[in-house]
Design a protein around this ligand. Structure first.
Ligand SMILES: [Zn+2]
Length: 125
């Protein structure tokens, strides 16, 4: 038995597989992307949450005077909505792949664009 030698041959280098080569990873889905950084929310629009919001009544959930205690929300849903709202409203430079941008655009149109397509980008935070 000579376990000392075995250990030696096992010195695998971790984390050096990918060299910096201009490939970045989508913050939303993790896919590699060559896109430039974009001002994007911390979460894509999530259809299953939007559907919940529609069920609850979009105006009742998002209106400025919304009183969530009057809604049929359990505490898990409420926590989820709070986090979602917070992340959607946090816009930062990040890498997002083209597919995610396209999907997000579609969902944005579907759920938020009744009035003005540019609302999202004109907001001053
Ligand atoms: Zn992506």
């Amino acid at each position: 038995m000579d376990d000392g030698k075995k250990q030696d041959s096992k010195s695998i280098k971790m984390g050096t597989k990918h060299k910096e080569s201009g490939i970045n990873y989508c913050k939303w889905c993790g896919a590699p992307t060559a896109m430039e950084q974009l001002q994007m929310a911390n979460t894509p629009i999530l259809e299953f949450i939007e559907e919940k919001i529609d069920k609850l009544g979009r105006n009742r959930v998002w209106s400025s005077g919304a009183n969530w205690s009057e809604l049929d929300l359990d505490s898990d849903d409420e926590a989820e909505l709070l986090v979602y709202d917070e992340m959607l409203n946090t816009i930062e430079l990040k890498h997002v792949c083209e597919q995610c941008v396209l999907t997000d655009n579609e969902l944005w149109k579907k759920y938020y664009s009744e009035e003005d397509d540019d609302i999202r980008f004109d907001k001053n935070f």
